[in-house]
Design a protein around this ligand. Sequence first.
Ligand SMILES: Cc1cc2nc3c(=O)[nH]c(=O)nc-3n(C[C@H](O)[C@H](O)[C@H](O)COP(=O)(O)O)c2cc1C
Length: 485
Amino acid sequence: MWVVEDLREYISFLESRGMLKRVKVTVDPVLEIPEILRRIMYSRGPAVLFEKLKGHPEFRLAGNIFCSIDVLKEALNVNRLEEIGERLFEPLKGPPPRTLTEKIRGLGEILGFGRYMPKKTGKAGFQDNVIEGDKASFRLIPAMKIWPKDGGRYLTYALVTLRDPVKDVINMGVYRVMIAGDKEGVVHWQIHKRGMQAHQDASSMGEETIPVALVIGSDPGTLLTGALPVPYPIDKHLFAGIVRGRGLPVFDLPNGVPVPANAEIVLEGYVDLRDLRREGPYGDHFGYYDKPDRLFPTFKLERIWFRDNPIYYGSVTGKPPLEDVVIGKAAERIFLPAIQTLLPEVIDIELPPYGVFQGMGFVSIKKRYPGHGKKVLLALMGLGQLSLTKILIVVDHDINVHNIGEVLWAISSHVDPQRDVMIIPYSHADELDPSTPIPRYGSKLGIDATRKLPEEYGGREWPEEVSPDPDTIKLVDKRWSEYGL
Ligand SMILES: Cc1cc2nc3c(=O)[nH]c(=O)nc-3n(C[C@H](O)[C@H](O)[C@H](O)COP(=O)(O)O)c2cc1C
């Protein structure tokens, strides 16, 4: 099976699909490139490769590489992104094998899972250049400053990689890193994320540092995996193999952290849990400057590795819809099979782009019993990162959640606010949500917009929905041309 090997091959692939533009004049990663990329993204334009960067003659910079969900599907070799989640969960569904042939086939499926395992290699393209000692500085990296009042230049799409101190699996999350000096960056791993969990676990085990690598530029499946809410403790390199369709080649850095061998740039070092600092402000995907009220740990840079003629990749955040709309949509589709494994009544889910993913979600269900809508709302309000969604609306299976008009119709015609609106007063909340009265601690809204059963409707039958008379449909079909319409 064809797998996009690395960022370079993905860029060539995007170009072959007419989805890449090249900028050949010199441009500045500080504010200028983000402004160009925002204009491109708001007009749903292609990826851009900036070939000459002010102050960084050795580097190129790729932006908006997740420009199209259809091209991403093609690059990941799937017709539907749900196929990726099904690779993990589908073998568990259905009756257990009964005949010997079925058992052998089942065993084959389980053994076939091995093709997604990470594969160690002693060779990596980024061994082309290794910079250590005094020369290893964040100044070499063409990190962007996205918004004028940001606290500095930021790595906005580094795969922050570490070995989990408790489970020995690989954590690899996209967390913004603010460059704070030649050798220091502040890592914004939010309280609900795996990086922060590792931080807390390492601290409670008495560890003062965690070996870490900041990985920049890889194949699209691996890059995407960094931003996916993969349930702990599934190994994120293993999950990257599931997304790519083939095991990820990994190279062990001297600090013991394995990283994708196809990376463009790797910053090796450690996170110092004793050195906690202020981070921000940063213009995030809500469209506000985030100014965290708590301190974050500092990454200390020891070594820089990069391929010849390296390509830096960073994402530009701001009010939707920007590049993260495609990333969020991919996450929604990939994890639908996982949600359906836990909640089989779930038919579909939509996290609307303007709802900034953690803001609002719609879910359709096959309703069976009184209170079923609220049961699903309560379950999702406690499920993984979906639980960070502030406003959740549940509708019946025949409502297309991807059509906001149908959802609004269901809310308007099925909801009695007293009965169907549920407010959870204080609970965990998205760390970036600017509306919460206390950071990370806010209320949630659930709306049950399903049709009500007699038990939920004062013992009455739900009214019959209008539909035209079948004979009249046939008659009008037959006579349509006569009407002259
Ligand atoms: C462009 C971009 C920037 C992000 N920045 C952060 C960030 O600074 N901190 C954070 O905790 N999550 C951030 N996220 C979301 C995480 O990548 C996402 O929640 C992911 O699931 C984290 O990995 P984990 O679940 O393994 O912790 C960002 C996502 C994207 C697409």
